[in-house]
Design a protein around this ligand. Structure first.
Ligand code: CP
Ligand code: NVA
Length: 302
């Protein structure tokens, strides 16, 4: 594995299954302590529940000590340059986990750091989430070449990471989004050019969902976009994942959501609580998969 995990494209296709096997192993063998006596710095510019808790618990379970650094506390890019922080943190800690707005701050950290840097979400992508999602699909028998994943909603950071996964593993990935909410152009272009997966971007969620093996959604307003919330509610009005939409997918279609969810907006309460929903397995798997990522990254620099 490369020094950093900034994007799913930092993995080779063959490393996915390797990471999943390590995840399986770490779930049962709780004696491994690759972080014993070491600390991990966690720089968070945005709020978080799952990512913060799964990394803090994961670092602890691997024998290490997590240090949570809030924006108020350290002011990345404001109080101090990201590269200066990376230099200091490389001298005192074994790894840097960062949740940031601007992806270029993450690359600034990674370019200077001599320890691994992990993307815990930026405006551009959320690779830890999608890795856990793929592992969850595998757990639920959905990890098969050509599996149809339909994402209904905003072509945001989560979708960009789906497109990166689509470059590593053959998916039939369909995004149903209103005009103006398409994913990152460069990532989409690259994913299409690679041709590993079939990728469709369409407007009609009803057409998209036919034969879906997985129906995925995320909030309409991501962190940092709060000022657009009212406009987005109008633009995404026809894009709710509800029982009527789900009924048009395969009968055993799994429902996924990275969480947090806004019940009654992008997903209804009955669907997220329904028998086809695997959203809390996804959330739990963040812990297991990230432990495997951290263990692998440490191997690559130790
Ligand atoms: N899915 C996810 O990253 O959740 P948090 O924003 O709560 O970390
Ligand atoms: N797209 C969402 C994901 C949250 C985990 C956001 O960026 O806020």
């Amino acid at each position: 594995m490369k020094k950093d995990f900034l994007s799913l494209l930092d993995l080779e296709a063959g490393e996915l299954e390797e990471l999943f096997l390590l995840t399986d192993a770490l779930k049962t063998d709780v004696t491994r302590r690759p972080l014993a006596g070491r600390s991990v710095a966690m720089i968070f510019q945005k709020p978080s529940l799952r990512t913060r808790v799964s990394f803090e618990v994961g670092v602890f379970q691997l024998g290490g000590h997590p240090i949570f650094l809030s924006q108020e506390g350290v002011g990345i890019g404001v109080r101090e340059k990201a590269s200066d922080m990376a230099e200091l943190l490389s001298r005192m800690t074994a790894m840097i986990v960062a949740r940031l707005f601007d992806h270029s701050l993450l690359t600034e950290l990674a370019n200077r750091a001599t320890v691994p840097v992990v993307n815990a979400l930026t405006d551009l992508s959320h690779p830890c989430q999608i890795l856990a999602d793929a592992y969850t699909m595998r757990q639920h028998g959905k990890w098969k070449p050509g599996v149809k994943v339909v994402f209904v909603g905003d072509g945001n950071n989560v979708v960009n990471s789906w497109l990166e996964l689509a470059m590593l593993y053959p998916l039939h990935f369909v995004l149903a989004a209103p005009k103006g909410y398409e994913p990152n152009e460069e990532i989409l272009r690259q994913a299409r050019k690679q041709g590993v997966s079939t990728i469709e971007i369409i407007e009609d969620p009803n057409a998209a969902v036919k034969n879906a093996d997985v129906l995925y959604t995320d909030v309409w307003t991501s962190m940092g976009q709060e000022a657009e919330s009212e406009k987005r509610k109008k633009d995404f009005a026809g894009y709710q994942v509800n029982a009527r939409l789900l009924a048009q997918a395969k009968p055993d279609c799994a429902v996924m959501h990275c969480l947090p969810a806004h019940r009654g907006e992008e997903i209804t309460n009955d669907v997220i609580e329904g028998s086809q929903s695997i959203v809390f397995d996804e959330a739990e798997n963040r812990l297991h998969v990230q432990k495997a990522v951290m263990a692998k990254l440490l191997e690559s620099v130790d």
